[in-house]
Design a protein around this ligand. Sequence first.
Ligand code: LRH
Ligand code: MN
Length: 401
Amino acid sequence: MNDTLDPRAISERLRKHLDGFAIEVPSWGFANTGTRFGKYLQVSAAHTLEEKFSDAAQVQKLTGACPSMALHVLWDFPRGIGDVAAVCELGRQYGIRPGAINPNLFENQVYKYGSFGNPDADVRRLALDHVLESVAIARELGNVDLSLWFADGSNYAGTQHIRNRIEWFHQGLQATHAALGEGQRMLVEYKPFEPAFYHTDIADWGMALLFARAAGPQAFVLVDTGHHYQSQNIEQILAWLMHEKMLGGLHFNDRRYADDDLTLGSVDPYQAFRIFHEIRLYQSEHPAVSPPAYVIDQSHNLKNKVEAMVQTVLAAQELYAKACLVDHGKLTRLQRECRLVEAEEYLRAAFWTDVRPALRTWREERGLPADPLQTLRASGYLARTERERGSKNQSGASSYA
Ligand code: LRH
Ligand code: MN
């Protein structure tokens, strides 16, 4: 198929798709993060919200594909709703739109036995108050998405009443939905384990779908690519969620073992390609349905954080572009006629097509650097942030952001 398409034809075919592709960067991806075995401090890491906006603006300037940044409430709004005006001002100053709002329902000691699922009604109330403030912040920011992840669960059999916790979660999620603004969405993210290692209250797509459905029509499921058991077919889960009109968004990263939060495409680029293909196929059959939100959710513990974020946005563009080369009419015909090898080879040919020349052309046409990573290294931005932020980044606080 595509080996017949010359680079110019590929550029033609990809131009409008690339214009329409955007992926949100996570503020926490620019901060010092680590594992339970420690945090390796990067002098150039972002410490303040302004530094996170500055780094996000740098990535946008180099790639033209990430105009917004996801924020985590306790890490980016230490004064809660009181910080909204300052955040909007930073957004204007750096040309980066404040994106999805992620409440923090972990780290706080009070959440030892859970937040929405905690047997103590006072703790559930406290958690709901934090989420309702997060809803208010998201509304102030223009009804952006409220993105919910719960660390809730237990570590040993018999230590928690699983069905009582289901009821408490329904209560919390329904109260959250009731507070949403016009057209505002709440996304329910699932994760099979970590930090809980016996049961997690929202452990898979089915639990997240049932909770979202019961919460209300503005609730959808968020799929974090790192939140699956080994060898689970993620694109089949996406097919189901799209079929049920319940796919709200994705958190992109890569992993080999667990929730490794490695850079997208660094372990299994074909997996990410199959994910984009499944979404593109659905979109081609349901053009009226708005695409899911694409968000990066990674922690760059060793790589330079801005470099890793640029690398990730480029990988996302490349893998999305490959998926956009597939002629869905042709593929579904081969599928319907069970021409197995032709169908598989047709899809694989798209994956093996080198779209980098077309991406370089797309960038140059838009005044963007042909080689963003090389331009970043030559820009002096990394050395400047190292100098400017040097003194601040000495203290090794908690393991995350
Ligand atoms: C949990 C998670 C969630 C975020 C956190 C930073 O593993 O994927 O989306 O809140 O990472
Ligand atoms: Mn996530």
